[in-house]
Design a protein around this ligand. Structure first.
Ligand code: MN
Ligand code: MN
Ligand code: MN
Length: 280
């Protein structure tokens, strides 16, 4: 039997990834992944294609999504794994998130037009995304193409991040409701990349305490490029809270040359792993 190699956090062209679901699954298989979840932002549009590709290769496939959620006036990312996405309440949640994304994109476009003296920021971002609800990376791409920014990072710093002129606060689903809908659809909720929110240790513990009370079960621990201190923090959280570890590369495109699908730090012996919950 070959080694178990998983990746439970990746993006396809259904959201802001560069590869189609099929291309992504093939790339994962080539990297040795045999248990895979596609987790596009607020959409499940890529799952059917990814699942068909995975099954054809004999790869375990877990349905996934990465939801933007609100908690304590800030935005967090919640990965849902193992849902039945046909479940009506889940489908409704996805429709709400898409509507919020679309309204946000239109407002972002208006603000960027004002800032840049252009008229078609929204339409251009739609064309780059191939959807009518483009996320910020596509506006950043357009800003770079029009020479309003040097690169993605500059575009975010100049226009798109919180506090900047084109940042639009979005009415995302709240954390508790998102967890309820994921669990009600047979899935489990995982807090994505906990170290990326720049929370104090105190605030992270407050978030996780509430997350657990609300029915959240997982945190991403196996992540590429965590510092030793960050990794230790994640294991401290696993000690303190009744949580299961998950992990993934957050792969978006092959230009992320530092990422290989499924290449994650090995979890320490005895760490509870989210897959155990998904099979019940
Ligand atoms: Mn993304
Ligand atoms: Mn994320
Ligand atoms: Mn992601």
């Amino acid at each position: 039997m070959s080694d178990f190699v998983y990746d439970y956090h990746c993006h396809s062209t259904a959201s802001d990834g560069a590869l189609t679901p099929t291309e992504l699954v093939h790339r994962a298989a080539a990297a040795g992944v045999n248990s895979f979840a596609l987790t596009d932002h607020d959409t499940v549009a890529g799952l059917a294609e990814a699942e068909a590709a995975a099954k054809a290769l004999g790869m375990e496939f877990i349905s996934g999504v990465e939801l933007s959620v609100g908690w304590a006036n800030s935005e967090f990312h919640l990965v849902g794994l193992g849902m039945n996405v046909q479940q009506p309440r889940f489908a409704e949640l996805i429709a709400q998130q898409q509507a919020a994304r679309k309204a946000r994109a239109k407002t972002m476009g208006e603000r960027l037009n004002k800032a840049c003296g252009t008229t078609d920021a929204y339409e251009q971002a739609c064309a780059l995304a191939g959807t009518d609800a483009p996320g910020r990376p596509f506006f950043a791409e357009w800003l770079v193409a029009t020479n309003a920014a040097r690169d993605q990072e500059h575009a975010f710093n100049r226009f798109l991040k919180p506090g900047r002129s084109a940042f639009v606060k979005t009415p995302w689903v709240n954390l508790g409701e998102a967890i309820k809908v994921i669990r009600g659809s047979g899935g489990e909720a995982v807090l994505a990349h906990p170290t990326r929110y720049r929370l104090t240790r105190m605030k992270l513990r407050r978030l996780l305490a509430e997350f657990c009370t609300l029915g959240g079960k997982g945190i991403e621990v196996a992540l590429p490029r965590l510092s030793q201190a960050q990794e230790q923090l994640m294991y401290d959280c696993l000690e303190e809270f009744p949580l299961y570890a998950s992990g993934g590369t957050d792969f978006h495109h092959p230009q992320q040359t530092w990422l290989t699908l499924g290449r994650l730090p090995k979890l320490k012996e005895g760490t509870p792993f989210i897959r155990a919950l998904l099979q019940q």
